[in-house]
Write a protein that binds this ligand. Structure first.
Ligand SMILES: C[S@@+](CC[C@H](N)C(=O)[O-])C[C@H]1O[C@@H](n2cnc3c(N)ncnc32)[C@H](O)[C@@H]1O
Length: 285
């Protein structure tokens, strides 16, 4: 996965139109590994983007505070998702301690600071709650045409994906374990059926294609259209996919640590916390 910084707002429309949803089995695995009952639970969905993961959670009875730092992405989310949406940095959440049952990063944690983000999530999630990261990706080992497509895409500067030697999912499991959480992982396999033109729109929303100049991106899309029509002459693609999920649970009782040192809370910090509580109660939109 890429750690390049790129202006994701440039691809908001393509992202909203063509990125895949997550399969029901992903949410089932999230419920199982987190131990959180969805109905009425509160999730902070960090890097919520155009709302694919947010709507998946809302559809299962979860109340969601969506957080993203990209205004256009959030505008798409707000146009058809219920709940609060905050324009904010996931590395510094404007939310109070122990607020949420779940903090989720769907296809997003790789953009955040590996250590600071997890410390923030642990602060915001309640004892007994959980932090989860997941990524949808093509399962290139399951189809030769898909592996060949990834090899062609690997020509793009900035490409990250299964065609790179040693490529792996972002290390959120290791980051949560390093922060002291017990971690469980799961792979969920599924099949995506999609029209060729939608698949090409999806390709345009990936950072390594979006980073090309327009003429270069258009040539790449034309090339892929030709290659894929050879495999799927009717334009109906069947794509093996897999989702990697890692879940860290915040213990119910804190691990024994050094005796706490009493520190008085300054008045301005108290005011900031009150503001953060206000945001979660409806002022964040
Ligand atoms: C690939 S999108 C994922 C969107 C959505 N969760 C989904 O499942 O499709 C990643 C999102 O993370 C957001 N993001 C990146 N860094 C962030 C940060 N530090 N704080 C909040 N959001 C961030 C980007 O703006 C982008 O909308």
């Amino acid at each position: 996965m890429s750690h390049l910084v790129f202006d994701v707002d440039r691809v908001a429309e393509a992202y909203d139109a063509a990125r895949p949803e997550y399969p029901p089995a992903l949410y089932a695995a999230l419920g199982e590994l987190s131990g959180v009952r969805f109905e009425g639970a509160l999730a902070v969905d960090v890097g919520a983007g155009t709302g694919i993961s947010t709507r998946g959670l809302l559809d299962r009875g979860v109340r969601v505070v969506a957080v993203d730092r990209a205004g256009r992405m959030l505008a798409y989310l707000r146009s058809r998702s219920e709940g609060a949406a905050l324009l904010a940095d996931g590395n510094a959440l404007p939310l109070r301690d122990d607020l949420a049952d779940l903090v989720t990063y769907a296809q997003s944690w790789h953009w955040l600071d590996r250590t600071v983000s997890i410390a923030e999530a642990i602060r915001v999630v309640r004892p007994g709650g959980a932090i989860a990261g997941w990524w949808n990706t093509v399962d290139a080992g399951k189809a030769d045409w898909l592996a060949a497509c990834q090899v062609r895409l690997a020509d793009c500067p900035g490409y990250t994906g299964p065609a790179l030697p040693g490529w792996s999912m972002p290390p959120i499991g290791a980051a949560m374990a390093a922060a002291g959480l017990p971690v469980a992982e799961r792979w969920v396999h599924w099949i995506r059926r999609i029209q060729l033109e939608d698949f090409l729109t999806d390709l345009r929303s990936h950072s390594y294609v979006a980073a090309l100049n327009l003429a270069h991106a258009d040539r790449l899309i034309d090339r892929e259209r030709g290659e894929l029509l050879r495999v799927f002459p009717d334009g109906d693609l069947t794509i093996p996919m897999r989702v990697y999920l890692a879940v860290g649970r915040k213990p119910l009782t804190p691990e024994p640590t050094d005796p706490p040192v009493a520190v008085a809370e300054p008045d301005d910090l108290k005011e900031l916390k009150q503001l953060a509580v206000g945001l979660t109660e409806g002022e964040g939109r």
